[in-house]
Design a protein around this ligand. Sequence first.
Ligand SMILES: Cc1cc2nc3c(=O)[nH]c(=O)nc-3n(C[C@H](O)[C@H](O)[C@H](O)COP(=O)(O)O)c2cc1C
Length: 238
Amino acid sequence: MAATPSAPLSVDISGMRIKYLDKKELFLESDLACREPIGQFKVWFDEACKTPGILEANAMCLATASKDGTPSCRYVLLKNFGKEGFRFFTNYSSRKGKDLAENPKAALTFYWEALKRSVRIEGLAEKISASESDKYFHERPRDSQIGAVVSHQSTIIHGREELAAREREITAQYENKEIDRPDEWGGYLVVANKVEFWQGQSNRVHDRIVFRKADASEANGETTHLGEDGWVFERLAP
Ligand SMILES: Cc1cc2nc3c(=O)[nH]c(=O)nc-3n(C[C@H](O)[C@H](O)[C@H](O)COP(=O)(O)O)c2cc1C
């Protein structure tokens, strides 16, 4: 195995800094498309999907933590969302699956660099129904279905050949047959209780508006605004 390369990096990391949006695109409370976060997310997500240079607008970093609080994060793909929550699919026996089984608290972060926008979501993750997982599993390309059967995600394997051999075996086993969804593969719904919208500004005085589930009685103060569907929203210092 190669030793750590001794040549210096081509960049000075501490000096890496890009210029943000030239034109000021302030994100004010009056710019909110909705007074609840799911509608607002829909507007930003749609803009991200239409923006050249954002290839996977649905890529989001999922943070979980084990029962003892050890954090871990990785990217997953958002597959659906609505007022009920945000859905992604994975292997229930993976590290994230084990974390969520013992601690359902989860956080999701999107970063859409070309728009200088980020959305942070916090909430509780729950497994979706087996029938909903079946439906999505069978909508996926056949290769992806085989991949889900082949890979016991996050387990240690001897090398690529082990996977390749299993892939050949599973492909032969299911020739001309519908592939069964493995019990360990399925979806989660993250039911949000906090959603933050971050808009970067060229002068670095960024905008942050955060929605949180709250008792309506505490809203409509000087800094806390009453939203809809049990949400209130506030501005945070950047
Ligand atoms: C852009 C991107 C999208 C990904 N989407 C998924 C996904 O939707 N589901 C999934 O299980 N893994 C996905 N992965 C792989 C995960 O990041 C991760 O390697 C895998 O789920 C194992 O994570 P864990 O060991 O923490 O459970 C994706 C990786 C990248 C870079």
